[in-house]
Design a protein around this ligand. Structure first.
Ligand code: AMP
Length: 289
């Protein structure tokens, strides 16, 4: 199993990508913050099905954290990440330092628009500006043919699609479904920080979405939201930031479910604190069974 080449500076990574492109190969890109799990590997596999070589970035981007403690606590098992990339056939891992990405004098940022004003954007000040700024840099360094993102971060996926359209970035954005544990919990790098009690409590997150989906079949928006909140109320360690039922294109809350009971028209998302770990999840409210 060949080990991927690990690059730590934008210049080295750029010139390698330029060579790959010159040889006629297409590049699929999977941006991550590391602590890789099966969800990331599914994105890598998807990228392999669409491109000749796959590059993974591992960068805990300080600019997308609005809380220093969350940034400091974020897991960084880089050796294990490189091994998982090797097993998944990744050609190169881009793992720059913060100083390499944001050297002295750095001052230009990209600002996300109204799609960033709800849900995660409303609860994490500046988060999506940090995301679109780092992605603009990563796309510019690698110039990938395509980049794969998880639907797990549904709002991020919508904002990234908007970014490449608005700034004429020449990269195809591909979405991939959320990978879950057998009990429904979405895989997340942050799950590593859950102890056994918190891990058990975290099941309330997918269950809240299940309950809302069941209630939405014949009920109203309020019925669905109440069903989710009832699950959270019964889980003492779990404190939701929001539960929102929204239009997947505008990301705006929907006032009614009438005329929407069709897959792909309406989504539900939540963020919840389980102890000091913040988890997010989302589903299609009317997904096919
Ligand atoms: P992160 O490392 O958490 O920033 O995530 C990097 C990419 O992996 C993003 O596109 C995420 O949406 C995606 N991702 C994270 N968790 C999952 C999951 N459970 N299933 C599928 N994709 C995921």
């Amino acid at each position: 199993m060949p080990t991927p080449i690990v690059f730590s500076t934008p210049d080295e990574q750029r010139s390698w990508a330029d060579d790959v492109r010159r040889q006629g190969s297409t590049i699929g890109f999977v941006p991550t913050m590391g602590a890789l799990h099966r969800g990331h590997i599914a994105l890598i596999d998807h990228a392999h099905s669409l491109a000749d070589v796959v590059v993974v970035s591992v960068f805990v981007n300080p600019r997308q954290f609005n809380q220093r403690a969350d940034f400091d606590a974020y897991p960084r098992p880089i050796d294990d990440d490189v091994q998982q990339c090797a097993a998944a056939g990744v050609a190169a891992v881009f793992a720059p330092t913060g100083a390499a990405m944001y050297p002295q004098g750095f001052e230009t940022t990209v600002t996300a628009g109204p799609l960033a004003s709800t849900m995660e954007g409303a609860h994490r000040d500046g988060h999506f500006d940090g995301v679109v700024t780092v992605l603009t840099k990563l796309f510019s360094i690698l110039r990938p043919d395509l980049a794969v993102f998880g639907e797990k971060d549904f709002q991020q996926l919508a904002i990234v699609r908007r970014l490449v359209t608005d700034l004429d970035l020449d990269v195809e954005i591909v979405g991939a479904p959320t990978v879950r544990e057998p009990d429904g919990l979405a895989l997340s790098s942050r799950n590593r920080r859950l102890d056994a009690t918190a891990r058990a409590a975290a099941r309330a997150v997918p269950r809240a979405l299940d309950a809302a989906i069941a209630a939405a079949r014949d009920g109203s928006v309020d019925d669905a939201l109440r069903a989710a909140c009832d699950v959270f109320d019964a889980a003492p360690q779990v404190h939701p930031d929001y539960v929102e039922i929204f239009d997947p294109n505008t990301l705006r809350p929907v006032p009614t479910l009438e005329g929407r009971r069709v897959p792909g028209t309406t989504r539900i998302a939540t963020a919840a604190h389980v102890g000091d770990v913040r988890l997010i999840d989302n589903r299609d409210l009317f997904e096919r069974a």
